[in-house]
Design a protein. Sequence first.
Length: 489
Amino acid sequence: MSNTRAEAAYQRSVLAFKDPTLDLLHGRYAPFVVAVLSIVFTAERRSVAVADAHVEIGEAIEELRAAGYDDDERRLPVGTAREICRNWVRVGWLAPQLEDDVEVYRLTAHAVGALEIAGRTGGGRARVSRSRVRTLLDAVERLARDAESDPEARIALLLEERDALDAEIARLRNDEAEPIDDEQLFEEAENVLHLARELPADFSRVAESINAMQRDVVADLRRDIRPTGEILREYLQRGQHVMQSTPEGRAFEGALRLIGDPEHIDRLTTQLRTLLAQPFSRLMGPGQRSDLDSIGRQVEKGVQDVLTAQRRASQVITAQVRTHDPIRDRQVDELLRGVMSGLQVWMQDSRPGDRVEPLHTFPVSDIGHLRQSLSDLRPPGAPAPLPAPDDIEFVDADTRAWGGPRYAELEEYVATLGDRFDLATAFEGAADDTRRPVDLLGLLEIAHRNGMTESEEVSVAEARRPDGSSRRFAFGAVTASTVKEIEND
């Protein structure tokens, strides 16, 4: 039997009031919860350290009790601030997280939405104005244009829009445009504030959807018994494309193209400050001026929160995949099930005063006596000496040509240069196969070993590589002694 319209509407209403947002506003302590959360969490303070939140909420409770608000009609919740916050976490108003190794509280999207509803209600209902109606009509017109599949029809709409813009430009050039009065500008500013109030809850909802997806992926991974290679490919891909895994994330990616560029945020901030300097801003209250000025910061902070949630989810999923071991996970699960089964058996016969001796250390297996020596007492023989580099037959001439300095040839060449020689001149006179860049370094090393003198003049030497290319080197002039002179000293 089908439900009546009244039954269907009632069931939808019951489901709606099960949402944490309406539950917060409909609860017994709703005024207290809204008041405390609104003063502890602000647009500039999205996260609060757990210890600080407990202190501030405790102080707020004491102040309200001292002011006499803890009577029969408007009772305050009982318990300490820590207990109250734990209850708020349980019902879905606060979300504990770790930021820079510090545990913090953040408002959930439900709590942000409830605070926005309470703020709008307390500040008066939005008026039906020309600005709000125009926003609706523009949105519908844009939707109809984007949904149009006929190219000719879309071209006609764009041409019509361009003609309207050209007409507006012509009126401005001819000084025929009428100035917009302050009252209408004030209405448009109210509409901007109305639209901006939805942003914090929207950003929080995107971040929470990413966190929920991360928890689902980790839970699925722990239950997955497929081969490790297949698991790695699938879950690493999900970690890299975490933003596309939720409808909220995909919608946010589209919005990010408009607000993700820092230049767009800077331009938005500049425009808001310019608006606050206009004469119509005098019609706005202090709270409205502050809200209008903070829109840019709210957008920037919301984008950062979502991107932080995306980065954290990708890191967690990647770390879980890399450390995933199905065999070990099954062993742990079997161990935990054995512990729970043993506990249930013990509870059937135990008494309230019975105690269980804890297991301080794991049992050690007895492995007996290990052998300490080998049967052969002879020491191992020394390895055969390595062959000299010249005896290595598998090194071809091209490889040797690109090797290090030819010290033997260089020392024989230096012995023919007399008592002292100029390093650059000696290098220029060397054979072609010992005029490589590495041979210049080898010659400098021989000169340093035999004793050399540096001067402030600059010497230039041209080295040739095995492939025929050359390179010029400039260095302080060096005069060196030969080996024969050093030996005579």
